[in-house]
Design a protein around this ligand. Structure first.
Ligand code: HEC
Ligand code: HEC
Length: 355
């Protein structure tokens, strides 16, 4: 445990930007955790994500492989998993030049025991519907989609009138438990999220340069991806300048999301992840953001859904947000939004926090 804390302090109080540092100086998993045999050399902050990926690929909870403390080898499934991890590394090294072509999900598909028998119900001998193939002509350009989005949320000038935002609402946990949550934002790029669990208050922030997270016990580890997300969320005017966050973008097609038709815009973020943004064909609003980033054993998918847009102070905001990662979905429901009230700068800083 001691070691964990050391890394975090380094991240929090080190000189310069945490984001730039986190990859270079980070410790390998075996120096932070107690019983690492197959993931030696993995950046410590990636371990949780890798575990979530494995659990999601098999469609199981952590307890499928872990009974007591995580470092113990008291379940046979954990040993099997080690064997599987080695096997996957070997398959990819031996057959796919080391690329993560095969992952846990390739075989498991959300089940602990992979199927060995093909499924029934397909009619491959019928000619495919030609109409489907045609549907993707006549797409708008990226600029048209993005411009329509800016108009849909109220336009640039309305947004530029806002300098700060205080959001109150609740976090709906993956387990269904509902707790209060507050979000403080200040232009151009300061952010604080406070989640109040009964026994613990969790704070995550970005102070314009550094991303951080801490609970009552002190600082917690943020992965490089968490930091990238915090920095992105902190960007107060990102919606009117989405292009700044991405390299080349293109409109890939149309897809149905629930009842809505959406234009799918593909983009690579400046942080290296590949993303898809889904804009409602009808009203132009952003309804989904899908992202994949590379981890040691595959690509890790995450999704944000933006629902229940409501107008407030001349702009439209999604009052319900839903996040998904493999095996888990949670969200935020907003009940109150205030703009342009004064916020003390000090709350965005990781140092000297009080409850
Ligand atoms: C499919 C089996 C499997 C599942 C599911 C799984 N783990 Fe693991 N976990 C492992 C294996 C195997 C190791 C040891 C890795 C190694 O030897 O490098 C491990 C190691 C760990 C460690 C390091 C412990 C230490 O100190 O050495 C932590 C922490 C951990 N897992 C947390 C989790 C969490 C949290 C979840 C649920 C999100 C989870 N695991 C789900 C198989 C699993
Ligand atoms: C090439 C296909 C393949 C890949 C890839 C694969 N598995 Fe498996 N896995 C299997 C098969 C087949 C079984 C069932 C074997 C049996 O029942 O004896 C299995 C069984 C398991 C089991 C034990 C079953 C149970 O009920 O818990 C665990 C745990 C497991 N795999 C974890 C993983 C993890 C973690 C990964 C990714 C690192 C992975 N597997 C990748 C094919 C695969």
């Amino acid at each position: 445990m001691k070691r964990t804390i050391k890394i975090v302090l380094l991240t929090l109080f080190g000189v310069g930007y945490v984001l730039a540092q986190s990859s270079g100086q980070e410790k390998p998993a075996e120096q932070v955790y107690n019983n690492i045999q197959v993931f030696k050399g993995l950046p410590a902050s990636q371990l949780q994500t890798v575990m979530t990926f494995m659990a999601g690929s098999l469609g199981v909870k952590c307890s499928h492989c872990h009974a007591g403390p995580f470092e113990k080898d008291d379940k046979p499934e954990k040993q099997t998993a080690r064997r599987m991890i080695r096997m996957v590394f070997d398959i990819n090294r031996g057959n796919f030049s080391g690329m993560n072509a095969v992952t846990c999900y390739t075989c498991h598909r959300g089940q602990p025991t992979p199927s060995t028998v093909p499924s029934l119900g397909q009619s491959l001998w019928q000619s495919a519907g030609a109409a489907d193939a045609k549907a993707v002509t006549n797409l708008p350009t990226v600029d048209q989609v993005l411009d329509k989005y800016v108009e849909a949320i109220g336009g640039k000038s309305s947004l530029m009138k806002l300098r700060s935002r205080i959001v109150k609402g609740v976090r709906v946990g993956a387990d269904g438990v509902v707790v209060p949550e507050e979000v403080y934002q200040k232009a151009p790029n300061k952010l604080l999220i406070v989640t109040r669990y009964p026994e613990l208050v969790l704070r995550k922030g970005f102070d314009g340069a550094r991303g951080w997270a801490r609970d009552a016990k002190g600082a917690t580890i943020l992965s490089e991806q968490d930091l990238a997300e915090l920095e992105r969320d902190a960007d107060f005017y990102k919606d009117i300048n989405l292009k700044r966050l991405y390299g080349p973008m293109n409109v890939k097609g149309k897809e149905k999301i629930g009842e809505q038709q959406a234009y799918v815009v593909e983009a690579k973020s400046n942080k290296g992840s590949s993303e898809r943004l889904y804009f409602d064909v009808q009203n132009g609003l952003l309804i989904r953001r899908y992202k994949e980033f590379k981890i040691a054993i595959g690509s890790f998918p995450t999704q944000t859904e933006y629902e229940d847009y409501q107008e407030i102070d001349g702009i439209k905001l999604p009052f319900t947000l839903r996040w998904s990662i493999p095996g888990r979905t949670w969200g935020r429901k907003i009940t109150e939004v205030k703009h342009n009230t004064a916020i003390d700068e000090a709350i965005f800083s990781p140092i000297g926090l009080k409850n």
